[in-house]
Design a binder for this molecule. Structure first.
Ligand code: PLP
Length: 378
């Protein structure tokens, strides 16, 4: 197993790709450390690496996080857990979606720890533990306000009244999940009170409550194990306040062609942008097939050096067009780099322009980019 992350590249060769996605593994590690240092009372930080580590690449991300000290990892689906095991032989790998019926053997084989999300899950895991003759590790997930996964109030009342329902499994962690941690909402305190009540009756193992934003709600929310995801990857866990994390991704496209327009003309599908006066339009080889969302049509901006330039017309499958009229010609010739996500234009900025959240921008990052991983040694 690699215990250090090495810089490297994956995907399409840089010179042959439409754009280069640079992933700063040093920034990823410093975000992990920042969150770890925020935690109080001996709490530790897991790393949530579901969805290919939020789109940045599970292998390099997981190795860098391990090197930074993470030992607990969370994924959504069993297949993600199996893939992660190839990168980290010794990590505790938790599967939030749990073990589907019939997948228990695979959990044992790959050392995956399922979240038990209802009493039926508990029952099946118990039966499997009895079959293999030992109480295997698991996470007991109790719902406190998502109405999604986790024991509901009735199920929780049943186990509180009859704890023997949990005999025969090894509950290493009792977890719940915040619904509004990124907002100043009274729901946070309500869920916290509910989770504390739950811990009175289910006091076994570690308590795990906070996601990224939950960490920043303060010490009351920390418990034993935090589960940050998005903040590791540089998305602001404290919307409306300064982003405490370092940027992890940069997306740069190279100009394919520049066109001088001196008569009135329209740009792109549906002719949604009209050029009135003399202008220069640059075309970039990135489109919605790369996860550059179509909702960015006529709304996004990008940067050429210090110049902010508007995206004009619709985002098409493989191309976008930007108005570079205000940029010195020497800086916007074919081959010049344009920051679609960069130091001056964060994932959160682009998300706001698309009318979405940073999570969706990251997890949409395309497969056609050349991916360059830099840094990442502990
Ligand atoms: C995705 C997820 C997390 C991580 O959330 P972030 O907001 O990305 O920090 C934590 N816990 C659960 C249950 C999740 O589904």
């Amino acid at each position: 197993m690699a215990t250090d992350a090495r810089a490297g590249a994956t995907g399409v060769a840089a010179g042959l790709a439409g754009a280069v996605l640079t992933v700063d593994l040093d920034a990823l590690q410093s975000n992990y450390r920042l969150i770890s240092e925020r935690l109080t009372g001996g709490a530790t930080a897991a790393a949530v690496v579901k969805a290919d580590a939020y789109g940045i690449g599970i292998g390099p991300a997981a190795r860098a996080l391990w090197a930074a000290g993470a030992r607990d990892f969370f994924v959504a689906h069993p297949a993600e857990g199996i893939a992660l095991r190839d990168h980290l032989a010794d990590a505790r790998i938790h599967v939030l979606g749990g073990a589907p019926a019939g997948a228990e053997e695979a959990f044992l084989e790959h050392g995956l720890i399922p979240a038990l999300n209802c009493l039926g899950d508990v029952e099946r895991w118990r039966a499997f533990c009895a079959r293999v003759g030992k109480p295997l590790p698991c996470v007991l997930h109790v719902d406190t306000g998502m109405c999604r996964l986790g024991l509901d109030r009735r199920e929780y009342a049943r186990v509180a009244a009859d704890p023997s329902l949990l005999d025969g499994v090894n509950i290493e962690t009792v977890m719940s999940h915040l619904a509004s941690a990124d907002e100043d909402s009274s729901q946070n305190a309500e869920q916290l009170a509910h989770f504390r009540e739950i811990r009175k009756h289910l006091a076994m193992g570690r308590a795990s409550f906070a996601n990224s934003s939950g960490v920043f709600l303060g010490p009351d929310y920390h418990f034993d194990l935090a589960r940050p995801g998005v903040a590791l990857y540089g998305v602001n866990p404290t919307p409306g306040r300064l982003n405490p994390t370092a940027q992890v991704v940069r997306l740069q496209a190279k100009i394919l062609q520049v066109r001088d327009v001196d008569s009135p003309e329209t740009v792109g599908y549906g002719a949604t942008h009209r050029i009135a006066g003399p202008s220069r339009i640059a075309t970039l080889p990135v489109g919605y097939a790369d996860g550059y969302l179509r909702s960015l049509s006529n709304r996004a901006t990008a940067y050429i050096g210090d110049f902010e330039v508007p995206l004009v017309g619709r985002v098409s499958m493989d191309l976008i067009t930007i108005d570079v009229t205000g940029v010195p010609e020497a800086q916007c010739r074919p081959g010049a780099a344009v920051d679609l996500i960069g130091p001056r234009h964060t994932v959160d900025d682009l998300a706001a322009q698309a009318g979405t959240i940073g999570y969706e921008i990251l997890t949409s990052l395309g497969r056609r980019y050349h991916r360059a991983y830099v840094g990442g040694n502990a």
